[in-house]
Design a protein around this ligand. Structure first.
Ligand code: HT7
Ligand code: ZN
Length: 853
C-alpha cells in the first residue's frame, strides 16, 4: 500500500467552487450525476478526481464529450482553460456496500458516510478536506419506499413525478469538503423541536428515526438543545442554518458524523429510555450529540487542511464535549471517567507498536488514525493550553481562532498560533506535544527538613522511545500541585501551577511548618504518569483529606495499585491499608455517592498489567480477586449489604444524584458477589428481576454472567427473550457474556458467534461480542491461545465485509510484547496468521504489519 506523508502536502491544483449532484436513488442501482464548476488554483496539471473503484459512464467538459483516462482509481481529465464545467455520471450499488463507507443501505434506509474518504465512492471528486464546495443536491426516489429525502442545508424544493417517484432539492449555503456531504432516504418519523439562538433566529430541529423508536428520542433532543445553548454561552458560537437534522441508523462504523446540518448517528447514541438504556448510555448520548453539534464550528466552519490535522477538529471537539458533560453533571466524576478512558485506551496505544504523535507524519489508511491519541490525547493538549492560559485568555484565543479561520481549512499550527496570539503566551516548546509520541513519566519526590519551613519538590521527566522516535525532548508539563499537613490535615499552601519544561526542576515551598504530603497532577492537569515515593500511609491519608476530588480518587487508586503490583511481583501485598481506606471512604457522609463509587472500584486487570514489565494475566487475575475478597471480608458482608440497601431508591430518576446512588449500589453489589455466596447471588437475581431500569438490570446481569449455576442461566435466558427484538439491548446481552470472568468464557463466546442473532455485518453486534471479548483479560488471554485464535479468525472474516471495523480488532493482539513469553508467542503467531490471509485490506495490513514490526 502507498504511504501518504504529511510533508508531501501541496495546495490543490484545481478548486471546485460549486457542484450540482443529481441522485436517482435505488438500493440496487443508484445513478449519480455530478456537475463540477472547476477553477485552476496552482500548477498546470490535469484535473484529477478521486474515485472508489467505479467506472465513469460519461464524462463531459463544458457540455461536450471529453478526453479522459483512469490512473488507478483516479479519473484524469486534461483541461485547457482556467475554468470549466465538468460533468460525470456513475452507477453505484448501495445494498452491496458492506464497508458502510459512501452510500449504503441500513435497515431499509439509504444513507451516507463520507469521512474520511467515502465521498469518492459516491462520485468522482477531489476528495480532500481543503476543497471547499457549495452544494446543490437533487434526490429522486420511490415515494412509498423512501418518503423522506434529506441532505445538507435547506430544502428549496420538492415534488412528485408521474411514476410514483418523488424528488427533493437541498442547497447548503456553506462551502464544505466532500467528507461533510450527507444524504438520507427512508421511511422515517421525526421528533421536531426548535431552538432560538442568541441573536433570535429560530432553528428547526429534527431527530429522524423509525416510527417505533420516536419515544426514545427525547433525551437526545434535550441534549442537543443544551449543547446549542452551552456553545453560545461558553464559546460565543451560534448555529448558522435554519434547520438542524439528526438521523439514527443501525449500521454505522463509528459513533456519529457531523455532516453540515445533517448529522448521522449510530442509533446507540440517540435512542434511550430507562428500560432499555443504562445511565452510561444516557451520558454517552448527551456527550456524542454535543460532540457532533460542536463540530459545526470546530470541524465544519473551520475544517482541516489535510488528514494529518485531524486532531485540530477532533481533539478540540472532544475537549469541548468533555467540558459540556462536566458542566451538566458532576465535574469531578466526569474527569475521573475521562482519565480512566485515556489510561485504558490511549496510554497503551502510546506504549505499543502503533504509537503515533497527535499529529501523525504518515499513514497507509487514514481510517486507522481515528485513535485515542488523536481524539483523547488531542483533547488533553487543548486542556493543558486552557489550563496555562486560564479561562478568560483561553476564550480570547478561541475567539481569535474562529474569527481568523472561519470558512477555511486550517492546521494544528494555526490553532497553536491563535492560542499564542489570543492568549499572550509562548508555546514554542509546547508544539513538541504534537510531534512526539509516548506518555511522559514524571518522577516526583518531596523533601522537608523539620524546622526549616521549606519543602523542596524535585521533578524529573522522561519520554520513552516510540517507533521511529528513539530520542525525545522534554515537553512542558503543567502540573497543579498542593501540599497537605500530615498532622493538621490542612492544606499548607495555595495550589500552584508548576510548568515543568526542562528534564529536571526543583520547586521550593516556603512557610511549611509541618511534615507535608504531596498532592500532584491535581485534576490530572497533564496526561502523564507520575511516579512518587509516597507510602501506603500517605496515600491513605490523601485519600481521606485531599481537597481536589481527582487527586483524592487517585490516591485511593494508587494505594490499591501498589498493593496489587506488589502481590503480582511476590512482594508485600498486605490489603489492610486498602481495606481501611475503603472503609473510611464509604463512611464519609460528605462525599457524593458517585465519587465514592468511582474511588472504591478496583483498578482493571488491564491497567494492573500496564504497570508490569511482563504480564502474566493469571497472576494479575489472582491478585485482583484476592484484594476484592479481602475488601469484601474486611468491610464485611453485612456492611456491603447495608451500603447496597442505603443507595436503593424507590422511584427511578435520571438526575446526577440518582445516577451516583445507582453507581455506588452496583459497586457494592460487585463486592458482595466476590465469593459468589448464595445470598449475594440471590440478591443480584432479585435486583435483576425487580429492576425498573436497565442500569440496575444490566449491572446484575453482568455480575451474574461471571457466576456458575442455574441463576445465571435463567437471567441470561430471560434477558434474551425480553429483548430479542431490540438490537441495541441484545448487544448488551452479547457483551455481558463476552466480559464474563468464567474459566470457560472462550467456549461460551465461540458458541455465541454461532447464535442466530449474531452477525458480523452489523458493526455494533460485531463489537458487542468480538470487540468486548478482546478486552476480556481472562478469556482473550487464555493460556492455550484459543482466545487469540478466535479473535483472529473473526477479524479475517470481518475484513472481507468491513475493513475499518476489522482493523480496530488488531491492537489487542498488537500488545504481544507486553506479555510473558508463552502468550507473546501465541499472539504474534495470530498476527502472522492474519497477515497471511488472502485479499487482506490495507486497513488491517497496516495495523497488523506495524504490530509485528
Ligand atoms: N468525525 C467523525 C468521524 C467518523 C468516521 C471516521 C472513519 C470512519 C467512519 C466514521 N464515521 C464518523 C466522528 C466524530 O469524531 O465526530
Ligand atoms: Zn469528532
Amino acid at each position: 500500500p502507498i504511504v501518504v506523508r504529511r510533508e508531501d502536502y501541496r495546495p490543490p491544483e484545481w478548486l471546485v467552487p460549486e457542484v450540482a449532484l443529481d441522485f436517482d436513488l435505488d438500493p440496487a442501482l443508484t445513478r449519480v450525476k455530478a456537475v463540477l464548476a472547476v477553477r485552476r488554483n496552482a500548477g498546470d496539471g490535469p484535473l484529477r478526481l478521486d474515485g472508489g473503484g467505479q467506472q465513469p459512464l460519461a464524462v463531459r467538459v463544458d457540455g461536450a464529450k471529453a478526453e479522459w483516462r483512469m490512473e488507478g482509481d483516479q479519473l484524469v481529465i486534461p483541461l485547457a482553460g482556467e475554468a470549466h464545467s465538468v460533468e460525470t455520471e456513475v452507477e453505484i450499488a448501495p445494498e452491496t456496500n458492506t464497508q458502510l463507507m459512501g452510500l449504503y443501505a441500513s435497515g431499509g434506509l439509504l444513507c451516507t458516510q463520507c469521512e474520511a474518504e467515502g465521498f469518492r465512492r459516491i462520485t468522482f471528486f477531489p476528495d480532500r478536506p481543503d476543497i471547499l464546495v457549495r452544494y446543490q443536491v437533487k434526490l429522486t426516489a420511490d415515494q412509498r419506499q423512501f418518503p423522506v429525502l434529506l441532505s445538507n442545508g435547506d430544502r428549496v424544493g420538492a415534488g412528485m413525478m408521474p411514476d410514483g417517484r418523488h424528488w427533493a432539492e437541498w442547497h447548503d449555503p456553506f462551502p464544505k469538503p466532500g467528507y461533510l456531504f450527507a444524504l438520507v432516504a427512508g421511511d422515517l418519523a421525526v421528533n421536531r423541536d426548535s431552538f432560538t439562538t442568541m441573536s433570535g433566529r429560530v432553528v428547526e430541529l429534527g431527530i429522524w428515526v423509525a416510527e417505533a423508536d420516536l419515544p426514545r428520542t427525547g433525551h437526545a433532543m434535550a441534549a442537543l438543545k443544551a449543547a446549542m445553548a452551552w456553545d453560545e454561552r461558553v464559546y460565543g458560537r451560534e448555529y448558522d442554518l435554519d434547520v438542524f437534522n439528526i438521523v439514527a441508523v443501525a449500521d454505522f462504523n463509528f459513533g456519529a458524523m457531523e455532516n453540515k446540518g445533517l448529522n448521522i448517528f449510530n442509533s446507540r447514541y440517540i435512542l434511550a429510555d430507562p428500560e432499555t438504556a443504562t445511565d452510561a448510555d444516557f451520558d454517552a448520548i448527551a456527550g456524542v450529540v454535543a460532540h457532533e453539534y460542536f463540530h459545526n464550528w470546530s470541524g465544519d466552519r473551520v475544517t482541516c487542511r489535510d488528514w494529518f490535522q485531524l486532531s485540530l477538529k477532533e481533539g478540540f471537539t472532544v475537549y469541548r464535549d468533555q467540558e459540556f458533560s462536566a458542566d451538566m453533571g458532576s465535574a469531578a466524576v466526569k474527569r475521573i471517567e475521562d482519565v480512566r478512558v485515556l489510561r485504558a485506551a490511549q496510554f497503551p496505544e502510546d506504549a505499543g507498536p502503533l504509537a503515533h504523535p497527535v499529529r501523525p507524519e504518515s499513514y497507509m489508511e487514514i481510517a486507522n488514525f481515528y485513535t485515542a491519541t488523536v481524539y483523547n490525547k488531542g483533547a488533553e493538549l487543548i486542556r493543558m493550553m486552557a489550563t496555562m492560559l486560564g479561562p478568560e485568555r483561553f476564550r480570547a484565543a478561541t475567539d481569535l481562532y474562529f474569527a481568523r479561520h472561519d470558512g477555511t481549512a486550517a492546521t494544528c499550527e494555526d490553532f497553536v498560533v491563535a492560542m499564542e496570539e489570543g492568549g499572550g503566551i509562548d508555546l514554542s516548546r509546547f508544539r513538541l506535544w504534537y510531534t512526539q509520541a509516548g506518555t511522559p513519566r514524571v518522577a516526583a519526590s518531596l523533601t522537608h527538613a523539620p524546622g526549616s519551613g521549606k519543602a523542596v519538590l524535585r521533578l524529573a521527566q522522561t519520554l520513552p522511545p516510540t517507533p521511529g522516535q528513539p530520542d525525545k525532548q522534554p515537553q512542558p508539563l503543567p502540573l497543579r500541585v498542593a501540599l497537605f499537613g500530615e498532622a493538621s490535615g490542612a492544606r499548607l499552601c495555595d495550589e500552584r501551577l508548576v510548568v515543568l519544561d526542562e528534564a529536571q526542576a526543583e520547586v521550593v515551598f516556603d512557610g511549611i511548618g509541618e511534615r507535608p504530603l504531596l498532592s500532584i497532577n491535581r485534576g490530572f492537569s497533564a496526561p502523564v504518569i507520575v511516579d512518587t515515593d509516597r507510602s501506603a500511609a500517605e496515600l491513605a491519608f490523601l485519600s481521606a483529606h485531599d481537597d481536589d476530588p481527582f487527586a483524592r480518587y487517585e490516591a485511593m487508586q494508587q494505594l490499591m495499585l501498589d498493593r496489587l503490583v506488589a502481590t503480582v511481583s511476590g512482594g508485600d501485598g498486605d490489603p489492610a491499608p486498602v481495606v481501611a481506606a475503603v472503609r473510611a471512604t464509604i463512611a464519609d457522609p460528605t462525599l457524593d455517592p458517585a465519587f465514592v463509587g468511582e474511588a472504591i472500584v478496583l483498578p482493571s486487570e488491564a491497567f494492573i498489567g500496564d504497570q508490569l514489565a511482563s504480564v502474566d494475566p493469571d497472576a494479575v487475575a489472582r491478585a485482583r480477586d484476592g484484594l476484592r475478597q479481602a475488601i469484601l471480608d474486611g468491610i464485611g458482608h453485612g456492611a456491603w449489604r447495608a451500603l447496597w440497601a442505603a443507595n436503593r431508591d424507590n422511584r427511578y430518576e435520571l438526575d446526577p444524584r440518582a445516577k451516583g446512588r445507582r453507581r455506588l449500589k452496583n459497586v457494592a453489589l460487585g463486592y458482595l458477589l466476590a465469593d459468589e455466596a448464595p445470598d449475594a447471588v440471590a440478591l443480584a437475581a432479585d435486583q435483576y428481576r425487580y429492576a425498573d431500569n436497565m442500569t440496575d438490570r444490566l449491572a446484575a446481569l453482568q455480575l451474574l454472567a461471571s457466576t456458575r449455576g442455574a441463576t445465571r442461566d435463567a437471567v441470561l435466558a430471560d434477558f434474551h427473550d425480553r429483548w430479542a427484538d431490540n438490537g441495541l439491548v441484545l448487544d448488551k446481552w452479547f457483551t455481558a457474556q463476552a466480559l464474563s470472568t468464567r474459566a470457560d468464557v472462550v467456549e461460551l463466546v465461540e458458541a455465541l458467534a454461532r447464535h442466530p442473532a449474531f452477525t458480523l455485518a452489523n458493526p455494533n453486534r460485531a463489537r458487542a461480542l468480538i470487540g468486548a471479548f478482546a478486552t476480556n483479560q481472562r478469556g482473550f488471554h487464555a493460556a492455550d491461545g484459543r482466545g487469540y485464535r478466535f479473535v483472529a479468525d473473526m477479524l479475517i472474516a470481518l475484513d472481507r465485509l468491513n475493513p475499518q471495523t476489522a482493523a480496530r480488532l488488531v491492537p489487542p493482539l498488537g500488545r504481544w510484547r507486553r506479555f510473558e513469553p508463552g502468550r507473546a508467542a501465541l499472539m504474534k503467531a495470530q498476527l502472522e496468521h492474519i497477515l497471511a490471509a488472502p485479499r487482506l485490506s490495507k486497513d488491517v495490513y497496516e495495523q497488523a504489519s506495524k504490530s509485528l514490526g
